[in-house]
Design a protein around this ligand. Structure first.
Ligand code: SAM
Length: 378
C-alpha cells in the first residue's frame, strides 16, 4: 500500500526513477548479492513482491514472509509457487518458501536460524506497544547475522506534494534521521550489533541536506550466534499460522536427481550412438542396415563424437562398439561427459541412479541400444 501511495504523490517536483519501492527492493537484492545469505525472512512482507524477487537469488535456500494481515499475503502468494519449468529443469539448490501470519511483536520458533531479516517500511506501521517489543523479537530472539530496517525520513516530507503529517494514513509515526538513528543505535548496543545508515531516493540537487527519502539501517551482528539457544529463552510454542508453503523441486532431492541423471545419460548415449553409426556409415562404403553385415565387433576411434558435448578425456578401452544389432555405450564413456559427471559426482552414484531405469549389458558396464528396427520405414 505504501508503494502505490508514494508513486501517486511522486508526480510533482520529486519523482524517483526507478520508483522508490523498487529502489528499496534493489537495495536488498544488492545486499543479498554481497552477503549471500542462505535463509532470508521478510517481516511485514505484504503482497510478497520482495520475496518473489528474492526467490531468483541462487544463494537463498529458505525464504519466509511474515505479515499481520493474512489477506494481503494471500492475494498474490501464488506467485511464490514453483512454475512448470521448475519441475522440467530442477535447480541444483533447494528452495523452500513459507508464509506466516502473525505479528513481529511475538516470538515464534519458525523465525529462528535466519541469516538475513528484512523489515522494509514496517516499523512506522507498529503501535507503540509493538514497537517496544520489536527489538527483543528481531535482534534478541531471531538474532540473524544481518537485519535491514527501512523507514520514511520525515525531513524529506516537505518535498513530497500533498504530504502534510505522514506519508500514509496507517503510519503511527515518521522519524527524522536523528530519531531513527538514536533508536537504531540503542537497539544495536543492547543486542550486540553494529549499524550503518544509508538510504534510497536521493534528494534533489541543492537540497541534499534533507537526506534520503527512505532511510535505512543495516545491522550486522558482532559475534557469531551461540550454537544452541538456551531453552528457557527460546519458546517452542508456535504462535504464527503458516498460510503457504512451497518446496521447490531440486537436484538435492534424490527423486529429481535420478530423473535428471537418467534423462542426461540417455541423451548423451543417444548422441554417442548416433555419432558412432554416422562414422561407421561414412567409413564403410556400401554399409547398409542389414544386421548380417554388422556381425563383427567394430571399435571406432573416440574422435567420432561430437566435440560440442565437451567430453572429458577417456581411455581407448572404454569406446563404444556395435555387436550385431546392438550398440554398446560403456558407462565410463557416458560418465566422462561433463554434465553427467557433474550431476553424479562419482561413477558409483551414476550406477546407483540409473540401475533399473536403463538397459545395461550383463556385466553392467555398458548401456545397450537395439538398432534393429531403427531405420525401418513405415
Ligand atoms: N515490506 C513491504 C514493502 O516494502 O513493499 C510492505 C510494507 S507495508 C507498508 C507494511 C506491512 O507491514 C503491511 O503489509 C502490514 O500488514 C504489515 N504489518 C503491520 N504491522 C505488523 C505487525 N505487527 N507484524 C507484522 N506485519 C505487520
Amino acid at each position: 500500500m505504501d508503494k502505490s501511495f508514494q508513486e501517486e504523490r511522486f508526480t510533482g517536483i520529486t519523482t524517483f526513477t526507478p520508483p522508490l519501492y523498487k529502489q528499496r527492493y534493489q537495495f536488498i537484492k544488492d545486499l543479498v548479492g554481497k552477503y549471500k545469505p542462505k535463509k532470508v525472512a521478510d517481516l511485514g512482507c505484504a503482497d510478497c513482491t520482495l520475496l518473489q524477487m528474492l526467490k531468483f537469488c541462487s544463494c537463498i535456500e529458505v525464504l519466509a514472509g511474515l505479515d499481520i494481515c493474512a489477506s494481503v499475503m494471500k492475494d498474490k502468494m501464488h506467485r511464490l509457487s514453483p512454475l512448470p519449468g521448475d519441475y522440467l529443469q530442477p535447480a541444483e539448490r533447494s528452495l523452500t518458501i513459507t508464509l506466516h501470519h502473525g505479528s513481529v511483536a511475538h516470538k515464534d520458533p519458525c523465525m529462528l536460524g535466519f541469516d538475513l531479516v528484512t523489515c522494509i517500511e514496517l516499523i512506522e506501521h507498529l503501535e507503540q506497544s509493538e514497537l517496544k517489543k520489536f527489538p527483543e523479537v528481531v535482534f534478541g530472539f531471531m538474532a540473524p547475522s544481518i537485519v535491514v530496517i527501512s523507514t520514511p525520513n520525515s525531513e524529506f516530507n516537505p518535498l513530497l506534494p500533498g504530504v502534510t503529517l505522514f506519508r500514509h494514513p496507517d503510519h503511527k509515526f515518521e522519524w527524522n534521521r536523528a530519531q531513527f538513528q538514536s533508536w537504531a543505535l540503542e537497539a544495536a548496543r543492547r543486542y550486540d550489533y553494529s549499524v550503518e545508515f544509508t538510504g534510497v531516493g536521493h534528494p534533489p540537487t541543492g537540497i541534499e541536506n534533507v537526506g534520503f527519502c527512505t532511510q535505512i539501517g543495516v545491522f550486522l551482528r558482532k559475534y557469531p550466534q551461540a550454537s544452541e539457544p538456551v531453552q528457557s529463552e527460546k519458546p517452542t510454542e508456535a504462535v504464527y499460522k503458516t498460510v503457504f508453503k512451497a518446496v521447490y523441486p531440486s537436484l538435492k532431492d534424490e527423486k529429481y536427481l535420478q530423473n535428471a541423471v537418467v534423462s542426461e545419460v540417455i541423451f548423451t548415449a543417444q548422441i554417442i550412438k548416433q555419432s558412432l553409426l554416422d562414422h561407421l556409415m561414412s567409413e564403410n562404403e556400401g554399409y547398409n542396415h542389414a544386421s548380417a553385415e554388422r556381425k563383427s565387433k567394430f571399435r571406432p576411434s573416440m574422435n567420432c563424437f561430437s566435440e560440442d558435448l565437451g567430453k572429458l578425456i577417456v581411455e581407448k578401452s572404454i569406446e563404444p562398439f556395435v555387436n550385431g544389432n546392438v550398440v554398446y555405450i560403456p558407462l565410463k564413456t557416458v560418465f566422462s561427459f561433463p554434465k553427467v559427471n557433474r550431476l553424479c559426482g562419482t561413477f558409483e552414484k551414476l550406477y546407483k541412479l540409473i540401475a533399473g531405469k536403463v538397459t545395461l549389458s550383463s556385466d553392467g558396464s555398458a548401456l545397450m541400444f537395439n538398432i534393429e528396427h531403427e531405420n525401418e520405414e513405415y
